[in-house]
Design a protein around this ligand. Structure first.
Ligand SMILES: CC(C)(COP(=O)(O)OP(=O)(O)OC[C@H]1O[C@@H](n2cnc3c(N)ncnc32)[C@H](O)[C@@H]1OP(=O)(O)O)[C@@H](O)C(=O)NCCC(=O)NCCS
Length: 266
C-alpha cells in the first residue's frame, strides 16, 4: 500500500501514475492499494481538500481546471472504475464519491455541490436474492451534467443521471434520470418544475440585494434552455485504463481525455 500526501508527477513499479505538473501539497491524502491506477490533474485545478482511496487495479481519477473556489472530495475508486471531475466544479463542504466494480461517476463543468452531498455508484456491500443467489444491487454509473446545482445533503445513487442546468433540492435522493433545466426534489427525486435556469452568484454577494427578475444580474445565456424530456446528457465514452492505452497507442490517452474537455497534461 502507498500513501501520497501531495499531487505531483509520480509513478511506481506497479504502474500507478499521477500526472500533475502543478504540485498540490495541502490537504491531500491518496492511498493506493492496487496496480495501474491513474490520476490526471489539470495544472489549473483548484483543490480545497482531496482524500482518494484506490482499492484495486485500473482506477482512474480525472480532475479538470477550476477558475472558481474549487472542491473538497472524499473519493473511493475500485476495480476498473473512473471518477471524472469537470471544469469549475465546486463544493461547500467535503462531498463523498464512490465508484467501484467498473463504474464511472462523472461531473460535468460548473457543477455546484452544496454541503454534505454524496454520489455513490455502488452500495458498498453486495445484496443477493436468497433463491437465485444473484446480485440484486448491481453498480450503476452516475452522470451529472454541466451547470447542475446539488442542494445541501442531496444525494445521487447508482443510475442517477442529471441533465445540464438542473437543480436537485435539499436532502433529495436522485436514483433515475432527471432531465435538463428542471427542479427535482424528494426521495426518489421527482421533477416539480420545468424550464428553469439558475445563476451561480449568491443572493447576498452581488448587487442588487433583491433580484425579482433576470434583468438585474448577468444572465448565463448558455444555461437558459427549455427542459427536454429526452436523454439529457450524452453517455460518456468508456475510458480505458490509461496504462493500457499508453502501452499500445501513444497519444490515445490524451485524445480520450480531450473528448471530455481535458487538456493534454504535461
Ligand atoms: C427545490 C427548491 C429550490 C424549491 O424549488 P421550487 O420550484 O420553488 O419548489 P416549491 O417550493 O414550489 O415546491 C414544490 C413542491 O416541492 C416540495 N419541495 C420543495 N423542496 C423540497 C425538498 N428539498 N424536498 C422535498 N420536497 C420539496 C414542496 O413542498 C412542494 O410540494 P407540494 O407541491 O406538494 O406543495 C428548494 O426547496 C430547495 O430545496 N433549495 C435548496 C436549498 C439549498 O440546499 N441550498 C444550499 C445552498 S448552495
Amino acid at each position: 500500500m502507498k500513501k501520497l500526501t501531495s499531487l505531483t508527477d509520480f509513478s511506481d513499479d506497479d504502474g500507478n501514475i499521477v500526472e500533475s505538473p502543478t504540485v498540490f501539497d495541502k490537504n491531500i491524502a491518496i492511498t493506493i492499494r492496487g496496480r495501474n491506477n491513474k490520476i490526471v490533474v489539470d495544472p489549473r485545478a483548484r483543490i480545497k481538500r482531496l482524500l482518494v482511496v484506490f482499492d484495486c487495479d485500473n482506477g482512474t481519477l480525472l480532475i479538470g481546471p477550476n477558475a472558481r473556489h474549487g472542491f473538497a472530495m472524499n473519493i473511493r475508486i475500485g476495480q476498473d472504475s473512473t471518477v471524472k471531475i469537470g471544469a469549475d466544479v465546486t463544493t461547500t463542504t467535503m462531498c463523498i464519491v464512490s465508484a467501484v466494480e467498473g463504474a464511472t461517476v462523472e461531473f460535468g463543468d460548473d457543477v455546484m455541490i452544496a454541503s454534505e452531498n454524496q454520489f455513490r455508484a455502488d452500495d458498498g456491500h453486495p445484496i443477493f436474492d436468497v433463491d437465485s443467489g444473484l446480485r440484486v444491487n448491481p453498480v450503476k454509473d452516475i452522470r451529472i451534467g454541466s451547470h447542475v446545482w446539488f442542494g445541501a445533503q442531496a444525494i445521487a445513487l447508482g443510475g442517477a443521471v442529471v441533465g445540464d442546468g438542473s437543480v436537485i433540492g435539499f436532502r433529495s435522493v436522485v436514483t433515475r434520470t432527471i432531465p435538463n433545466n428542471c427542479i427535482a426534489v424528494g426521495t426518489p427525486a421527482k421533477v416539480v418544475r420545468r424550464h428553469i435556469a439558475w445563476e451561480r452568484p449568491h443572493l447576498s454577494f452581488v448587487a442588487p440585494p433583491y433580484k425579482p427578475d433576470i434583468s438585474v444580474i448577468a444572465k448565463s445565456e448558455d444555461h437558459w434552455r427549455h427542459t427536454e424530456e429526452a436523454m439529457p446528457i450524452e453517455p460518456a465514452a468508456p475510458v480505458e485504463a490509461a496504462s493500457n492505452l499508453r502501452a499500445s497507442k501513444p497519444g490515445l490517452v490524451e485524445r480520450v481525455l480531450g473528448r471530455f474537455g481535458y487538456e493534454k497534461v504535461r
